[in-house]
Ligand binder design. Structure first.
Ligand SMILES: C[S@@+](CC[C@H](N)C(=O)[O-])C[C@H]1O[C@@H](n2cnc3c(N)ncnc32)[C@H](O)[C@@H]1O
Length: 236
């Protein structure tokens, strides 16, 4: 049994549908991140950008990471579409600074900005940085106020190492949100138990100094069960 798809498999899955997992954000992320003060966020395994677009619309600067080229193209398109959401953003400018992009190994930075109308009170211009990388090989120099891994499923050993890495890139006082298919899930999603997890598996990788806000199995009905962990790093 193939446990996980490679980037080409995801490219193919996403090719014909820019909203394979729907348009709106994941409801659990929405529930637990809505009250956070926007800052810098990393959306790891961002897929087609539904969560990234939502975060941008709330004023977060988002670094969206995925190894699928098609996913990142759709993420940039979703960010631009978010520019038409009332109360969020009204204009999109794509940076032409290709030298800087090449130097950083990143694809175009999209700046999502407010216009001078009713959204003028939004002083901050949220930015999107897309990074094409295998998450297990992505080692950013910066840390993030919010780190999101939604439905990122890797073989158990690699997954555990990735969670430890996500802890490292969470800024002091920052929040880590991990949501994925629970090992007891009987709905859509991977069936190989090696790539599924319980919330407790994530919690086991958190340093003792962290605060676990939520660690639970969320029954979404019709056999769909998610594992959810929301945890905050110490402020230092
Ligand atoms: C099920 S989708 C979830 C997408 C998104 N987080 C969401 O909730 O809609 C999983 C995503 O993780 C990406 N992915 C899987 N393994 C990866 C890896 N090792 N490195 C980078 N991206 C990976 C896939 O390309 C895909 O876009």
């Amino acid at each position: 049994m193939v446990a996980v798809m490679d980037n080409h498999g995801w490219d193919q899955r996403f090719a014909d549908n820019p909203q394979h997992f729907g348009a709106g954000p994941n409801t659990l992320l929405e529930r637990h991140a809505s009250e956070l003060t926007p800052g810098s966020a990393a959306d790891v395994g961002c897929g087609q950008g539904r969560n990234t677009a939502w975060l941008l619309g709330r004023g977060w600067d988002v670094t969206a990471v995925d190894f699928s080229e098609v996913a990142l193209r759709h993420t940039r398109e979703a960010a631009q579409a978010a520019a038409h959401v009332p109360d969020a953003v009204a204009e999109v400018a794509v940076s032409e600074d290709e030298d800087a992009q090449a130097e950083a190994g990143k694809t175009p930075k999209v700046e999502v900005s407010a216009d001078g109308g009713e959204t003028a009170a939004v002083a901050h211009v949220p930015t999107l940085t897309t990074v094409q990388a295998d998450v297990s090989e992505w080692h950013p120099e910066e840390t993030f106020d919010l780190v999101v891994a939604a439905y990122l499923h890797l073989p158990a050993e690699k997954m555990a190492a990735t969670w430890e890495h996500l802890v490292e890139i969470t800024a002091p006082g920052g929040t880590l949100v991990v949501v994925g298919h629970d090992r007891d899930n009987e709905g859509n999603g991977p069936k190989d138990p090696d790539v599924l997890f319980h919330a407790a598996d994530v919690v086991a990788k958190l340093p003792e100094t962290w605060t676990v806000e939520v660690a639970e199995a969320v029954d979404r009905g019709e056999g769909s069960i998610d594992a959810l962990v929301v945890a905050t790093a110490p402020k230092k």
